[in-house]
Design a protein around this ligand. Sequence first.
Ligand code: ADP
Ligand code: MG
Length: 260
Amino acid sequence: MSSPSPQPAPPSSSSESPLPAARAEAITREFGHEPANVTALDRVSIAFDAGRFTSIMGPSGSGKSTLLHCLAGLERPSSGSVFVGDTDLAVLSESQLTTLRRDRLGFVFQAFNLIPTLTAEENITLSERIGGSRVDRAWIAELVEVLRIGDRLKHRPSELSGGQQQRVAIARVLAHRPTVVLADEPTGNLDSQTSVEVLSFLRLVVERFGQTVVMVTHDPTAAARTDRVVFLRDGRVDGELKQPSAEEVLAHLAPRDTEA
Ligand code: ADP
Ligand code: MG
């Protein structure tokens, strides 16, 4: 047969627009009471596609941490909805929210938040131990290999470098295969070389495992390693860039003093 084989059918529209891993719909988050109230988030709508690495940037106080906390179910928005997959967090009780946080979300903190008295290995399997669910040894072994912490498993956090501690923290978060990993300035406590290294591991986790990661960063070079950067300003989304270069990110962040 010399005729070319038929092209595969285009994917159906349902597989073209899969459910985002997480999304916020018109969320507002207020702190305090009038007249001294602060609107940390003002009707923010944003969706995070599965398997993508997104960074969130914006000036201090623009609502980045509040957005991450709302997505993580650590804080409830004053109005609007947060979905993880197709689960609306607003309909969950506190105990259901706790379960969802444990099973489907992962939070990486600037300060690592490892338990000092436990070894790296014990820290990594902590949530499984507390939750009582089985530890998937093969999965943990794969994570340990990808994050290159195999020779550090018997060490306590104080015996590890900052970069190693953050890699252990990332392994701990990934141990239960979360739907989405939320990282609030995960390289904020690291020197620039170690930051690059931790960022490379996060990138690898996205590429190798199709993990969804949302990361707050102040570093345009870090943002340029992600698939998409979303800018916040005064609690609102202030544009975004896809596959950004560090220069494009810097240009977006530059003060816009057109109104002299
Ligand atoms: P970012 O992470 O971008 O620096 P945040 O989300 O931490 O910003 O804060 C956004 C705004 O909300 C700021 O004005 C901050 O002071 C305020 N805010 C955040 N958390 C609280 C809180 N728990 N109580 C009162 N105000 C808060
Ligand atoms: Mg913050």
